[in-house]
Design a protein around this ligand. Structure first.
Ligand code: NAD
Length: 368
């Protein structure tokens, strides 16, 4: 039972947080039943520096062959003037496209020890556990026609096209319904059917799929603007929220903010299952390369660590091990151990490596 992982640490704090994930993988290789084999490659600015491209064909091949990809972060001021198609972020877009990663899972989970860090009142966020499922490869970010044209009257026109076909709506809604079955059994589908025909189609198709296959899950429809409002008014009313690429981009960032620091937030991007049951997947913290703190042992590795927990849960169905990692993180926070981004008065501030060590120590304690 060997699982093959491709590690793409990237730039800035990417390699620093990935190093802590590697220690975690080593821990599981000693203490768990499943063995992990890792391969690694450069990506983003690091790849541009070495190979003149943000991701090489060799790295893409490894990503396509791996059981799962663990990604750090890419980008930085050094690459601000790189050609558009060579910018570090292009690597992520290529990976998402070639691996067919159409479902982006963004949990917003509030650890009890951090409920005071949210900008919302503690009682609004305490115990918060929602999952935003964002469609990642369609909609207005990819629809044609798009572009800027010159008009005869001397003005310019910018066009983007929001477009969704039935199969794209069904496959993302299916991910949301399946997840809800493993959680509290509720899906809220967010769109703007009142003003957008693609939103109307979205609502009708989600309703059809629900009636045909997922009647056991509670489905509600919510307008995306109301969803944005409800997320700050009463976020705990939600379990799984499913939405399109554009609204998902905004709603997932809003939900992320409810829980405090960006250094705590993991994500998963999943593709379709092939005929052998293999599902391509990429796991990454939602934060960027944080050039302002890179190389200083200041980055919070928890988002990357929790991304690995998502990998255990969703790629390898290792629920017990995923729960173990999340309990270890929770335990470390309960002990008052904090990186600078989540520091609170009276707590003990540590760096990236010591936070990684604290999580490993907590795993040892729970395991005993
Ligand atoms: P960022 O997420 O890198 O940083 C925003 C702020 O949060 C910074 O103050 C940073 O120090 C802090 N921060 C981020 N992660 C942290 C962590 N783990 N621990 C402690 N503090 C943390 O966003 P940005 O500054 O807008 O972008 C920096 C670079 O990263 C840019 O080049 C951007 O394009 C890129 N970026 C990459 C990704 C990705 O690889 N998926 C995502 C977002 C931004």
């Amino acid at each position: 039972m060997t699982k093959h992982l491709l590690l793409l640490p990237g730039d800035g704090i990417g390699p620093e947080v990935m190093a802590e994930v590697e220690r975690l993988i080593a821990w599981f290789n000693v203490h768990g039943g499943t063995k992990f084999e890792t391969d690694r490659d450069v990506v983003g600015g690091a790849s541009y520096d070495k190979h003149g491209t943000p991701v090489t064909e060799a790295a893409m091949k490894k990503a396509l062959e791996a059981d799962a990809v663990l990604f750090g972060a890419v980008g930085g001021p050094k690459y601000a003037s790189a050609p558009y198609d060579k910018r570090p972020e292009a690597a992520l877009l290529r990976l998402r496209k070639d691996l067919g990663l159409f479902a982006n899972l963004r949990p917003a989970l509030c650890f009890d020890a951090l409920k005071e860090s949210s900008t919302l009142k503690p009682e609004i966020v305490a115990g918060l556990d929602i999952m935003i499922v964002r469609e990642l490869t369609g909609g207005v970010y990819f629809g044609e026609p798009r572009g800027i044209t010159n008009l005869p009257n001397g003005e310019r026109r910018g066009v983007d096209t929001q477009v969704y076909d039935t199969h794209e709506i069904h496959r993302i809604a299916r991910v949301a319904f399946e997840l809800a079955r493993l959680r509290k059994g509720k899906v809220a589908s967010a769109e703007k059917h009142n003003v957008m025909t693609s939103g109307l189609l979205w609502k009708e198709e989600v309703t059809k799929l629900h009636a045909a296959e997922y009647k056991d899950v509670e489905l509600t429809h919510i307008l995306a603007d109301n969803c944005a409002m409800q997320l700050v008014r009463n976020p705990k009313q939600f379990d799984v929220i499913v939405t399109d690429n554009l609204f998902g981009d905004i709603l997932s960032d809003e939900a992320a903010q409810l829980t405090g620091s960006i250094g705590m937030l993991p994500s998963a991007s999943l593709g379709a299952r092939d005929s052998n049951g293999k599902q391509r997947a990429l796991y990454e913290p939602i934060h960027g390369s944080a050039p302002d703190i890179a190389g200083q042992d200041k980055a919070n590795p928890i988002a990357a660590i929790l991304s690995f927990a998502m990998c255990l849960r969703y790629s390898f169905a290792m629920k017990k091990e995923a729960d173990l990692v999340e309990r270890a993180v929770s335990g470390v926070l309960d002990q008052g151990i904090r990186t600078g981004d989540i520091m609170q008065p009276g707590k003990r501030q540590v760096g990236t490596k010591d936070m990684g060590s604290a999580v490993l120590a907590a795993l040892d304690t729970i395991q005993r």
